[in-house]
Each structure stands twice: as structure tokens, then as C-alpha cells.
Write a protein that binds this ligand. Sequence first.
Ligand SMILES: Nc1ncnc2c1ncn2[C@@H]1O[C@H](COP(=O)(O)OP(=O)(O)OP(=O)(O)O)[C@@H](O)[C@H]1O
Ligand SMILES: [Mg+2]
Length: 315
Amino acid sequence: MRQPRPRPAGDGRPAADRPVAVTAEAAAPPDAATRAAVLVEALPYIREFRGRIVVVKYGGNAIAGADPARALASFAADVVLLHAVGIRPVVVHGGGPQIGELMGRLGLVPEFRDGLRVTDAETLDVARMVLVGKVNRDIVTAVNAHGHLAVGLSGEDAGLLTASPRDPALGFVGDVGSVNPELLRRLLAEDLIPVVATIGSDGQGQAYNINADTAAGAVAEAVAAAKLVYLTDVEGIRAERDDPASLIHRTTPDGLDALVRSGAVAGGMIPKVASCSRAVRNGVPAAHVLDGRTDHALLLELFTDKGVGTMVALP
Ligand SMILES: Nc1ncnc2c1ncn2[C@@H]1O[C@H](COP(=O)(O)OP(=O)(O)OP(=O)(O)O)[C@@H](O)[C@H]1O
Ligand SMILES: [Mg+2]
């Protein structure tokens, strides 16, 4: 029987092996030997992560490209494939562009501070409607095209995400107070795929919009995930914000702190980087930031020797 190749502990792919970007798919379809090699390459990774939880944060920007339906279908196929090989995915999603779009249609002007949306009562209503009623439903529907697998949740359900106000100047923007992973555990035990919109509740009936990156990190910690994967609209974390050639292939929480201090990280990357650092320091073995607009980025990162994007792990 063919034996899987031994690989370093802690997902320690050598940095030099990690390409800058996913190369375009070959024009000709791969031959049978190549297809077989791809499957065999995946085997050790499938064995390593079988039965483990992988939290995938699907950014609103990854959905909002030229063809959202195609992006969703590709993402859903990847999630279903993970599930089919015994990995337990939990999807946490954002929806920034989708909230912005409805606000625009309603004549409301979005305002951001440090990558966080200033959220008055009206903005909270819009965010909640869009995240729970639209983006969550779209992801659940795309996954369930493959079978009765996905269950859509709001963080308000069964105490999943409790929120506390972050800063009065930001309005109803919540910090994660606590994560109650019981509901997720029950769904995972039933072989279902939870899909979480990150609206939290303060326990007194007030809802808060929680940044989805922050929530995904907290959920990954609470369920002791093997991996936390951020799918966004950039190929990974860059050392120079506007220079794709400065993509960082592999770094540590301390490395990310230095990057933030240097001012290289801005906008929506700030909460992502902070959550990666925190989750990895708190026991999640690896966090990844990938371009969710690249077809099958999730599979390439999890199941091939050459990862894509940025990987964050302890040294
Ligand atoms: N150093 C950096 N490296 C890479 N991207 C950066 C950096 N600094 C800032 N960015 C910006 O961060 C953006 C990603 O965060 P953003 O919040 O916009 O997307 P998202 O979190 O995937 O989507 P959503 O917020 O809807 O869930 C990139 O498009 C990029 O412009
Ligand atoms: Mg964001």
C-alpha cells in the first residue's frame, strides 16, 4: 500500500516552497497520472486533519467579485469536500460590501474607524438584515446544493456569541464577550456544517455587530480548531500594503505585531492580523490568510505541499 509522505510537525512547510500566488490552471486538462498524484499528495493532510475542526472565515469581499454566484459555488464545493473527507468545517462569514451596498440603496453613508464600521441603530438593523437574512442564506443555499449539510446561525442563537460594546464612539459594534460553543458542538456531532453570521447579543436583548474576523478567531479558540483560515480579497498579508510582491508566506504572532507597529497593516487587515495573532497564541496551531477569489484556495492550502497565501504559526 502506498504510504503518505512524512511531513514536518505543525504544518511547517518550508517558506521557500510557498509560491507568491496560485498559478493559472493549465489550459489542457491534467492527465490521469497528474490527477492521481494530486489525490495522493492530499492523503497525508486528510489523515492529519480528519475529525478536526477547521474554522473558515469567508469575507464579504471574497463573495463580492465579478461573479458572486460562481465564487459561492466554488467555496461551497471546497467546504463540502472537506466535510466529505471527515474534516469538520465551521464557516464564519463577513459581509462588509453587501452591507455597504444596501446602505447605499437606502441613502445611508458608511463610516469606518480603524477598519470597524461605526454602527448606529439604523446601521445595526441593516447589518443584521444583510448578514443574517442575505449573506448567511446565500452561503447555506450554496452548500446545501450538495446535500442537507449546512445550518445557518446568528451569533445570537443559543448564546453562541455574547457581545459587549467596544467603544461608545462606534455605537453597536461589539467585542466578543464569550463564545458558547455548545450549539456548534451539537451541530458538528450531527455531521452538519454550521454557518455563522457574527451578530452577538449582550444578554439583555441588545444586538451588536461583531467584526467577523474577531469572531472567527474567538470561535476557533473556543472549539479548539486545528486551523483558522481567512478567505479575503488579497493573496495574503503583505509587508508593503500596496506591493503584491511583498506577500509574507510564513510568519509568527510576534512578526505580525511588528508589522502592525510598522504601519504596514491597514483597514480590514487590522482585525484579521490581530485575530490571527491572538488565536495562535491561544492554542490554534495555525492561521492562514488566503485569496478567497482564487478558485479552490482553501483546498490548495489544506491539501497540497505548496500552500498559498500567508501562514501564521508559533516559531
Ligand atoms: N498589509 C496588508 N496586506 C494585505 N492587505 C492589506 C494590508 N493592509 C490593508 N490591507 C487591506 O485589507 C483588505 C482585506 O480586508 P477587508 O476587511 O476589506 O476584507 P474581508 O475581511 O475579507 O471582508 P469582510 O470585511 O466583508 O468580511 C485588503 O483588500 C487590503 O486592501
Ligand atoms: Mg473585513
